[in-house]
Design a binder for this molecule. Structure first.
Ligand code: 5GP
Ligand code: ZN
Length: 112
């Protein structure tokens, strides 16, 4: 499958990995929108949150990893944001489920 993030999981495309386990990989976003901007993705390909909806244990694990990364990055105390974009209206550009962990600056109050 021609998927950018599957290639990051396999190592075919290099990335700066900050955490990995048997189910997921977390790496720094190539175009960071905040001082800390990490992407948390499942090793298994799901196009988006919608496709992974039948896997609550995996989704819970991914969110738990997001919180652990925030702690490890030192952004947890001041607060941070976890975002996942879904589909066209969600402005999702990479069609492999990923959670953005953003912190190190005050986020805007807009949801968009
Ligand atoms: P989306 O817009 O789909 O929610 O987010 C995709 C994210 O992937 C963007 O923030 C973008 O900067 C990031 N990204 C795209 N290509 C690469 C890449 O090759 N390496 C890394 N580390 N991040 C990427
Ligand atoms: Zn993929």
């Amino acid at each position: 499958m021609d998927c950018l993030f599957c290639k990051i999981v396999s190592g075919e495309i290099p990335s700066t990995i900050v955490y990995q386990d048997e189910d997921c990989v977390a790496f720094r976003d190539i175009n960071p929108q905040a001082p800390t901007h990490v992407l948390v993705i499942p090793r298994q390909h799901f196009a988006s949150l919608s496709e992974a909806a039948q896997n609550p244990a995996l989704l819970g694990h991914l969110l738990s990893v997001c919180a652990g990364i925030a702690k490890a990055e030192g952004i947890a105390e001041d607060g941070y944001r976890v975002v996942t974009n879904i589909g066209t209206n969600g402005a999702q550009s990479v069609k492999h489920l990923h959670f953005h962990v953003l912190g190190g600056r005050k986020m805007t109050e807009e949801m968009a």
